[in-house]
Write a protein that binds this ligand. Sequence first.
Ligand code: PLP
Length: 363
Amino acid sequence: MMIPYEDLARLNEPFNEAFEIKFKEVVKKGWLILGQEVKDFEAEFAAFHLEEYCVGVANGLDALILSLKALAFPPGSEVIVPSNTYIATILAILHAGHTPVLVEPNISTYNIDPAKIEEAITIKTKAIMVVHLYGKCCDMDPIIAIQKKYSLALIEDCAQAHDAKYKGKLAGTFGDAGCFSFYPTKNLGALGDAGAVICANPDIAAYLKKTRNYGSEVKYHNDIVGYNSRLDEVQAAFLRIKLGHLGAITAHKRKLASLYHQYLKDDFIKPVVGSEYFDVYHIYNIRHKKRDELKAYLLKNEIVTEIHYPVAPHHQKALQGILDPASRFPVSQEIHDTTLSIPCSFCHTEDEILHVIEVLNKF
Ligand SMILES: *Cc1c(COP(=O)(O)O)cnc(C)c1O
């Protein structure tokens, strides 16, 4: 029997009945854009983070772009970002009219290396954009120390880090804006595209509310050159249901990860576990020198895996002429060459993971 990397039908199966009831309720009401469900989700997601504001937007990329625009840096400002992030973080900086400055990750945590941030700061640097990759928070204390020292803004890409904590504090609550994606495969996933920003600053929240809706607060009165990036009412309704189960989703993924930690042999480089980190394993990755061979071996044994990510941002065709492909990011390259994401979804059973471990340990 094939073990999928992810199965969204299976993942959402426990919520289907609640989804159907809610769907009928919303359709019957007939208020389909920026209604009570969006308002309620925003209030609940803010409360979950003990944060002042939450503004729902269309997707995670928009959450990043609009947060950057809210901070209104001069055009061409530099924004520091990890060199091994998903391309969305870098695209957001470009779409906001700024220059991404890539900083290498730490080889153990896969997150931006705080020791390498300072040397990347110039007179043009305006912000650090951290990415809590794979569901592990960045090492925030030294990052915040640098942010304060240079009076920079701090934006968090939390697309993979719903419910992740560093020293007991939730991802998204450290900086000026915490940007979330609710893409279906994320730990808190909608049934389509969706995103949100959480923040403590009323001006940022007000800008986001306006700009997501054509720059308008009062219908047909447009104050700024806005966008259409609204969180969908039906998706907000579904997200409210799933937010109520996020704790259970996190616990299940952490349980599966603990099986890998415990039983997977040490030939594979496993994610580090630190007492100050509460990791949510959006992705459970291992590293191995013969990664491609390992992936093929697993597939032959009916276990599907993924690579996050096969191509480093500075080697992407889209970024040619923007990022220098000749620039050297050896740590990032090492991760891209050796990482393999193995099944660790809310849809998987413990028995399935034990089977994956058994097969892996025979490699
Ligand atoms: C998924 C993801 C995004 C983008 O989210 P979308 O909702 O697909 O736009 C941004 N950053 C990271 C790290 C992601 O994993």
